[in-house]
Design a protein around this ligand. Sequence first.
Ligand SMILES: [Zn+2]
Ligand SMILES: [Zn+2]
Length: 162
Amino acid sequence: MTGALAQEATMKIQVNRIPPEGLHEEASYDPAPLDMGRLDIALREPIQVKAFIVKADPEVVVTAEIRCPLQLTCARCLAEFASTVTADAVFSYPATETDVIDITEDVRQEIILAYPMIPVCRPDCKGLCRVCGQDLNTHPCGHDQRPEAAGGSPAGENPVLR
Ligand SMILES: [Zn+2]
Ligand SMILES: [Zn+2]
């Protein structure tokens, strides 16, 4: 599975190469620098960026479509599932003809902002039994799942088991 996509470390734009009608660029990035050390988010595939770059003197405006595949761990049932973060962003840079613009850091920031706070495999995921840990999406174990039954708080994402 190597060499499928050429991965670049950065996306750099030479201002003097941008034609008056604008420039379309595509790149894929190594996702490793986006690893925030979160155990519930794994980055295993390249990030894809499609950009339209136009000179709007005295700035260069970059309209970017960003796709970042993620492997997430559900906060309720602990199952791993694939998801994709997408973001549409517009960046502008003050620039002169001789400049080289690097959009890599801005792309990273957009993706980090789009990371899910609490990954859930599906909106109606039933999670794990508060009593015995059974995955309730597979089959119910018959235990009472109301928060008060397990002694947790009513908000109870993380009930304290006695
Ligand atoms: Zn789940
Ligand atoms: Zn149970």
